[in-house]
Design a protein around this ligand. Structure first.
Ligand SMILES: [Zn+2]
Ligand SMILES: [Zn+2]
Length: 506
């Protein structure tokens, strides 16, 4: 029975590529010999994988360096989890030489856990769960987030139900969907995760190559996600991160990491390969992004987030301030024009929604007192794909040509709520500070809220801004004020935005 299970597991593994029989000593290098006779590979010569596995030289290989700044926020696309809350029947952990993993068994209702939604056209059933880790002195996640490598990356591999086997799935671009979950080692975690702890507690029992251990307590797939924010994740089309590197994977890599006790993480460093040597740093280096490609894969990674429009967040401010107007700052055909920069990055356009403290009767008064105004800054980023944009703002952007000349105005009939102007930003993440108006007279009267996330704007819409003319009939470009240094808040001349939306909106 045991032998049977072992063989079954190995066969399934081989088909998905993250597999193998065991590493053999080859001089100083531990190499993986494949049970099906395919060539050996190891983490010590990742750059040579392509010699024997052609797909490892492919154009959309994983992992990659994920960058929030290069990512596009896409709203309303939630991953859905099926049977993730139903206990799994029995879970057997196994050391397979280059990772520790378990094949996902059916749940107590006889079905497999699955994911769907978020642009997945089919249902993807969970197949296996495994880990990538570092060493006592280095981190070992596969994907980087804004240049940072987390301690551990857990992969939950799912197979498209349209394909009978994982092997068949790897031959199709929509064959697999993999969830990437970062674990970060911390000294005194304030939360613990029963599902993950159950696995960590069994790691010492699978130290040796091909050893197995059955979990004592039932776990659910959901428990493996802990209290992770599953609404925010990077998604892109890539590959398996081990030979044969099949480009069959839709990746979903959650942005946030689960803090896990470093003592638990350390248990991974006891895992041994087939030579009885510690298995360390079992991750593939990041692979190049394909730039300027019009094909399937481009340099924009999609970052999905659930739209959560609640502004202002605290009720007190909501009643304290009333919206008065909104306006825009932009650059030129050759330069960007947001007023605020984030981590040194200037965005294409910045919208300001100006609120007045209700206790002051006019803007004139409010703009001269320290608690008079509240301004919300929303950043916009140009995207190539005209289908990716925030449609609620189309009417505004598309009306710009009608206000090209100075003092022209247009009434846009608009059943729009103020919150709609915020696009799809995560309203929970913003910069806030006390500052001044960015246009004269620059009184220090503004409580600023600038959202971190940028809203997509199409090239055509952006170009509409560059047609706007100033008082003299010249193109109005770069109507932003350079950021002011801390102690030097003198107000210098600045262009004035002349596209004003007046409230009340509906
Ligand atoms: Zn993996
Ligand atoms: Zn402004």
């Amino acid at each position: 029975m045991f032998l049977f299970r072992l063989i079954t597991v190995k066969l399934i593994l081989i088909t998905i590529g993250e597999t193998l029989s065991g590493p053999l000593s080859n001089g100083n290098h531990a190499v993986q010999l494949r049970a099906d006779g395919s060539p050996p590979w190891s983490y010590e010569n990742t750059e040579e994988w392509g010699n024997n596995y052609e797909q490892c030289n492919g154009r959309r290989q994983s992992p990659i360096a994920l960058r929030t700044e290069r990512s596009l926020w896409v709203p309303y696309l939630n991953l859905k989890f099926g049977n993730y809350d139903v206990p799994l029947t029995n879970v057997t952990l196994m050391n397979i030489g280059y990772t520790v993993q378990f094949q996902v068994p059916p749940t107590e209702n006889g079905q497999l856990p699955f994911i769907t939604g978020a642009k997945l056209n089919d249902r993807y059933e969970a197949n296996n769960v495994h880990f990538h880790w570092g060493s006592p002195t280095s981190a070992g996640a596969e994907h980087l987030v804004d240049g940072y490598r987390y301690s551990v990356e857990m992969h939950i591999v799912h197979k498209n139900v349209r394909y009978g086997t994982v092997e068949e799935a790897t031959m199709n671009p929509d064959g697999l969907a993999v969830l990437g979950i970062f674990l970060e080692g911390v000294n005194n975690p304030t939360v613990s995760y029963p599902g993950l702890d159950e696995i960590f507690n069994h790691l010492p029992e699978v130290r040796e190559y091909q050893s197995t251990s059955q979990l004592n307590n039932t776990i659910t797939m959901r428990q493996l996600l802990g209290n992770l924010n599953t609404k925010v994740f990077f998604s892109y089309s890539g590959s398996l991160t081990t030979p044969p590197c099949s480009e069959a994977v839709r990746w979903f890599v959650f942005r946030d990491a689960l803090p896990v006790s470093q003592n638990q993480i350390n248990k991974f460093f006891q895992i041994m390969d087939q030579n009885g040597q510690p298995l360390l740093n079992n991750y593939r280096p990041v692979q190049p992004l394909i730039k300027n490609s019009n094909n399937y894969f481009n340099d924009l990674i999609e970052l999905y987030a659930e739209v959560n429009i609640k502004f202002p967040r605290d009720e007190e401010r909501r009643h304290q301030y009333e919206p008065m107007s909104a306006h825009f700052h932009w650059g030129s055909p050759t330069s960007k024009g947001s007023e605020h920069t984030i981590d040194g990055h200037r965005f294409d356009v910045e919208m300001h929604i100006v609120y007045k403290n209700r206790k002051y009767t006019t803007m004139r008064i409010a703009s001269k007192v320290h608690d008079g105004l509240l301004v919300v800054g929303v950043l916009f980023k140009k995207v190539k794909d005209p289908n990716i944009r925030f449609e609620l703002l189309d009417k505004i952007f598309n009306s710009l040509p009608r206000v090209k000349t100075y003092k022209k105005s247009v009434l846009v009939k608009y059943p729009l709520k103020i919150a709609d102007l915020l696009g799809n930003v995560d309203t929970n993440v913003f910069f806030s500070y006390h500052g001044s108006l960015t246009t004269p007279p620059c009184y220090q009267s503004v409580l600023w809220y600038v959202f971190r996330d940028a809203v997509p704007i199409t090239e055509k819409q952006l170009n509409n801004f560059f047609q706007i003319m100033d008082v003299h009939g010249e193109p109005l470009h770069n109507n932003f004020r350079l950021p002011q240094s801390e102690g030097n808040r003198t107000c210098t001349a600045a262009g004035v935005a002349n596209i004003i939306i007046t409230f009340p909106l509906i």
